[in-house]
Design a protein around this ligand. Structure first.
Ligand code: XMP
Length: 517
């Protein structure tokens, strides 16, 4: 029998904090399943969901404001333990008859948490004073009956409050961020001691339970999957392969803008080594002829996205009726589309493998829908995906096309491929590949004057982009060691014909983006 990995779960109600996903990740890291739902989930929905505990997230609003998001008050009558964080605490306090007021100054940053009069289960095991991270403009000034203060800071006399009898806790600070070093302990105290969870959520049990589910759903039907060589689609392919073997057909399309040796490596790993049922389609000429003369980045994206769909459809057509399409959708994409904030503004249209037209009418299989990226990686490891693939840096769907400024030509592609492979090789050799979010080369087809040997040259520029980031939403340029930058420049100029100058991009995001196009 496979264990029921959802047997115990924590419900996180989202009031719009930038840290809500972080709360979920912390809970999952402690091996307890949790999901994020919008703050306005009804008491009936919560009952059906049957969580072992509820966490109310922080949020930017003021509980007394006109447009403040409010919790269905009946949820607090369910006798389920609740932990309110920041706005979540204030909302709980207000609902139960307490008082919240604006402070004169916003309290932001590190604060010292001081012990209350009595030991409290939420704070068990912490030494005081304890550093915590604050970020709020309001604070609790009157407690509902039954509540007591269990910890304070100089600025927040009610930094942590509790009604142990009804199992309600609230903290004004953010236990989910790294600047609250005792935060993990606090969240663990809540989910294990207070809610009674055991920690059943492991990636091994996730795999077992999913394999069973996939087999039941698919039966003897076929599943098609677009393999890109990136982590997510690779993990989906391996999981389905483990579940249904050759009923899974993977399609890997060479769109002509892949990195050096990529097409060969993907075929070797997935086809020959891991023995997946892999169809390799070399459509590079089709893609390149469509891209001929196109300089606008958004047009490049659209062309590559549309052409991919055409090639994929044609390939699927050759295979007869296929009922299912597998995709590597991850949990953050799912939350994004249900969150009350709505999807964040689209700055660049992204065309990823898998976004197929409706008329294909296939049923979707998205086995990673419940997982964060790191959990997906862990699943990959468990399924035998080589570490080098597990840790692979993100690579955009439109590939090298959006790293060649201006028109994509075979000559420019050849230059960029070589330069890019040198960047990846040297960054890896320097032991920096894993700590850098993305490192790559950009071809700037502007000619500059140089001198090589006794000759004057007039050649192109390669820009190196290396950034650190947590989620790709914001990024900083990596402080690469100067000797590494020196090696990169030397090797690129010496080994890549057509380049006589290398520059390092020192822009952060925002205002820059990670890619140049
Ligand atoms: P930007 O350039 O918007 O990139 O800061 C953020 C992340 O997204 C990747 N990226 C793309 N991925 N299709 C993709 O699949 C695209 O069109 C695309 N554009 C950017 C980029 O590499 C970075 O990881």
């Amino acid at each position: 029998m496979t264990p029921d990995i959802h047997a115990e779960k924590i419900l996180i109600l989202d009031f719009g904090s930038q840290y809500t996903q972080l709360i979920a990740r912390r809970v999952r890291e402690s091996k307890v399943y949790c999901e994020i739902y919008p703050y306005n989930m009804t008491v009936e929905q919560v009952k059906t969901y049957a969580p072992a505990g509820i966490i109310l997230s922080g949020g930017p609003a003021s509980t007394y404001g006109d447009k403040a998001p409010h919790l269905d008050p009946a949820i607090l009558g369910l006798e389920i333990p609740v932990l309110g964080i920041c706005y979540g605490m204030q909302e709980m306090v207000i609902q139960l008859g307490g008082k919240v007021e604006r402070t004169r100054e916003r309290e932001f940053g590190k604060a010292e948490l001081l012990a209350g009069d009595r030991p409290d289960p939420l704070l068990a095991g912490l030494d005081f004073p304890q550093q915590v991270w604050m970020s709020h403009g309001d604070r609790v000034t009157g407690l509902p009956s039954g509540f007591e203060v269990v910890a304070r800071t100089d600025n927040a006399p009610a930094a942590a409050v509790a009604d142990a009898e009804r199992r309600f806790w609230g903290v004004q600070f953010h236990p989910e961020v790294i600047h609250t070093p005792g935060g993990r302990r606090i969240l663990d105290n809540f989910i294990f001691t207070i809610c009674g969870c055991h920690g059943l959520w492991t990636m091994k049990s996730f795999i077992d339970s999913n394999i069973e589910e996939i087999r039941k759903r698919v039966g003897k039907e076929k599943v098609i999957c677009g393999l890109s060589g990136g982590v997510d689609s690779s993990v989906v392919a391996l999981l389905l392969h483990r579940a249904i073997g050759s009923q899974l057909i993977c399609v890997f399309v060479n769109n002509g803008v892949l990195r050096k040796n990529e097409a060969e490596e993907v075929q070797q790993l997935f086809g020959e080594k891991l023995k997946l049922n892999l169809r390799y389609v070399d459509a590079s000429e089709r893609f390149l002829s469509r891209l001929d003369g196109v300089t606008d980045p958004e047009k490049k994206r659209k062309i590559i996205g549309n052409e991919f769909i055409r090639v994929f459809e044609e390939e699927a057509g050759k295979l007869g009726k296929i009922r299912f399409l597998a995709q590597g959708t991850l949990y953050p994409d799912v939350i994004e589309s249900v969150s009350f904030k709505g999807p964040s503004a689209v700055i660049k249209s992204h065309h990823n493998v898998g976004g197929l037209p409706e008329h294909m009418q296939m049923e979707l299989i998205e086995p990673l829908r419940e997982l964060f990226k790191d959990e997906g990686r862990e699943v990959g490891r468990e399924l035998g995906l080589p570490e080098q693939m597990v840790k692979r840096q993100p690579f955009p769907g439109p590939g090298l096309a959006i790293r060649i400024i201006g028109a994509v030509t075979p000559e420019r592609l050849a230059i960029l491929r070589e330069a890019d492979s040198i960047v990846v090789e040297e960054i890896t050799k320097a032991g920096l590949y894993d700590e850098i979010w993305q490192a790559f080369a950009v071809l700037v087809p502007v000619k500059t004057v140089g001198v090589m040997g006794d000759e004057r040259t007039y050649e192109k520029v390669i820009a190196i982009r290396a950034i650190t980031s947590v989620d790709g939403m914001t990024a900083d340029w990596a402080r690469l060691p100067h000797d590494l930058l020196g090696r990169l420049s030397n090797r690129i100029i010496n080994e890549v014909h057509g380049v006589n100058r290398v520059v390092y991009d020192i822009s952060s995001k925002p205002p820059g983006t990670i890619e140049w196009e």
